[in-house]
Every structure is written in structure tokens, then in C-alpha cells.
Design a protein around this ligand. Structure first.
Ligand code: NAP
Length: 285
């Protein structure tokens, strides 16, 4: 017997990872809905979910422009907050399990040890507030759910830090990258596989999934350039966030604690192993 799974927004960075993971799974009858057929700002479009009657809904739709959210908070909240609440209510009404994703940015970012699942939520910027509202509404909805906070996503495709550094390293003699923000990079593909393993293992509630290890953006960039064999042509230099002000202040420390996840599905592979794997498969830059 196959399980009917609905993937919401299969074209984003994480959505693509889920689609490729699930499309070859004989135990899954995969359906995809993309914007504008499904628009989290328009609850009427959620009727499509009711008609499909999926057993599981995986939500990869989000407003992810962290800086843009500062001047578009209403839209970010409509998608990441109220939209998620409406999606959760709809899933509950048809008895579907909802898989949804959150961010390290919901924490205050001033810690010095990994943030546990139940650390106090204290979002600093508009994007983080919108995602925090989504967390609250998901919990209040009463839907059967798996909620996964993650951070610093990369993949062989889409706009992400690893691809951006790989592109710049080919044409620039020097790159300055912030060295005062510490976190955990996350392979989107490994995240999708881990979320599915948690789901299949019956995990429900909140989990953290990232790569293992931790680093700063500078350390990640230096690794990418070295792995591409470009270190003699492109020098990566550390700098401070103050040298590169952005509309949203990024958390200096946003390492997510993985112990609950690792107790269920084993250790998360180190970020260096995962980044190396992705660098070998980068789509044209
Ligand atoms: N990227 C990261 O580093 C990161 C870090 C922590 C957590 N996360 C979380 O991980 C999840 C996946 O992120 P991602 O990087 O894969 O995102 P992404 O690449 O930006 O993809 C988001 C998808 O949502 C779609 N979308 C936008 N507005 C929509 C709406 N109103 N209704 C329905 N779909 C809409 C987008 O479509 P269009 O492309 O057509 O706009 C896009 O396909 C999100 O929940 C995000 O908050 C990401």
C-alpha cells in the first residue's frame, strides 16, 4: 500500500530535495502543489489539499528573504505565520500529518552553548518573528505534526551561500566574509532524508536538524574555496558583521542542539563531509 504525500512548494531549495527523495519511493504516491495553485496568503487555495486527501503534507513554502522581511513584515507574517496556521488547521481537519520547517533565528542568538528544543524563543527581526508566529500557530492547531528547526541551508541548486562563494571564488582575488556569526550549515538533501527518517520512525513534535560540527561563515567560505582548489587564486579574509551591515542583524551564535534528533536517527554527519559532497555536484553557477 502506498502513502499519499503532498509536497507544498517543490521548487524551492528544500522542496527540490524532498521531490527528488520522494519521487523514486515506491511506497509513496507523491503529489506536488506550487504557487499560485497553493498560496499560503489565500486560505481558499487550501481547498486543493482537502480534495487530494493526503496522509502527509510536507510544507516547503515560506517567505525566506530575511532582509526583505524588514520592509515586508505583513507579507512575511501572512505566509510564515498565519498561512502556516491555516495550513495546520486544514491538515487537522482532514487528519493529515503536517511536516513543517523553522529557523535558528527564533532564538536570541546570544548563547554560548547549543540551543535546546525548548530554549526560550526570542526572535530579533521581522523574518524570525514571522517564523516564530508559525511555530505558535502550528502548536495551537492541534494537528499531528513534525516540526524541524534548521539553519544555513545549502544544496547543489538554488541561491545559497555555498554556491555564491563557489561562484565568486572563480572571479575574485579576495573575499571578505564575516567571522563573528557561528552556526551549523545544513545540507538540504540530508535534511530532507533526516526529516523523512524521523517521520517514518514516528517522531512527532519539535526537532532540530543540521549538519554536525559548527563554524563561522568565514570558516565555511574558506573551506569551500580550498575544496575547489582555488585557495591560491582567491584569498578569503575574516571580517566583522559591523563591516557589512544588513537590514536584519544576524545572531552571533545560533548553534542548534541536535541531541534529541541524534538519539532517534544517529549522529548528523560533519558539515565538511556534506559540503564536500555537494561541491562535487554543483549545478552550473
Ligand atoms: N534557506 C535557509 O538557510 C533556511 C534556514 C533556516 C530555515 N529555513 C526554512 O526552511 C524552509 C525551506 O526554505 P528554503 O530555503 O528551501 O526556501 P525557498 O528556497 O525560498 O523556497 C520557498 C518556496 O516557497 C514558495 N512560496 C513563496 N511564497 C509562497 C506563498 N505565498 N504560497 C506558497 N508558496 C510560496 C516559493 O515560491 P517562489 O520561488 O515562486 O516564490 C518557493 O518555492 C523554510 O521554512 C525556511 O524558513 C531555511
Amino acid at each position: 500500500m502506498t502513502a499519499r504525500v503532498l509536497l507544498v512548494s517543490p521548487d524551492g531549495m528544500l522542496g527540490r530535495a524532498f521531490e527528488s527523495e520522494l519521487s523514486g519511493d515506491a511506497a509513496v504516491e507523491l503529489h506536488c502543489l506550487r504557487y499560485p495553485a497553493i498560496d499560503l496568503t489565500r486560505p481558499d487555495t487550501l481547498e486543493a489539499i482537502t480534495l487530494l486527501e493526503p496522509r502527509v503534507v510536507i510544507n516547503c513554502a515560506a517567505y525566506t528573504d530575511v532582509d526583505g522581511a524588514e520592509s515586508n513584515e505583513a507579507l512575511a507574517t501572512s505566509i510564515n505565520g498565519d498561512g502556516v496556521g491555516a495550513l495546520a488547521a486544514r491538515c487537522r481537519s482532514i487528519g493529515a500529518t503536517l511536516v513543517h520547517f523553522g529557523t535558528d533565528y527564533v532564538f536570541d542568538g546570544h548563547g554560548s552553548s547549543p540551543y535546546p528544543i525548548d530554549a526560550p524563543v526570542a526572535p530579533a527581526g521581522a523574518y524570525a518573528r514571522s517564523k516564530a508566529r508559525g511555530e505558535v500557530l502550528l502548536g495551537e492547531s492541534g494537528v499531528d505534526h513534525l516540526y524541524v528547526r534548521t539553519s544555513w541551508l545549502y544544496a547543489p541548486w538554488a541561491k545559497n551561500f555555498v554556491r555564491t562563494i563557489a561562484r565568486h571564488a572563480k572571479t575574485r582575488a579576495e573575499l571578505k566574509v564575516v567571522d563573528d556569526q557561528r552556526g551549523r550549515p545544513t545540507s538540504s538533501e540530508h535534511l530532507a532524508r533526516t526529516a523523512l527518517a524521523l517521520l517514518e520512525g514516528g517522531a512527532r513534535g519539535t526537532f532540530h536538524v543540521t549538519d554536525g560540527g559548527e563554524c563561522t561563515w568565514f570558516e565555511l567560505a574558506r573551506f569551500v574555496v580550498a575544496e575547489l582548489g582555488l585557495a591560491d587564486r582567491c584569498t578569503v579574509l575574516p571580517c566583522t558583521s559591523a563591516e557589512y551591515p544588513t537590514p536584519t542583524k544576524r545572531p552571533p551564535y545560533s548553534v542548534l542542539d541536535l541531541s534529541k534528533t541524534e538519539a532517534r536517527v544517529g549522529p548528523m554527519p560533519d558539515w565538511r563531509t556534506q559540503v564536500r559532497d555537494v561541491l562535487g555536484r554543483l549545478e552550473p553557477l
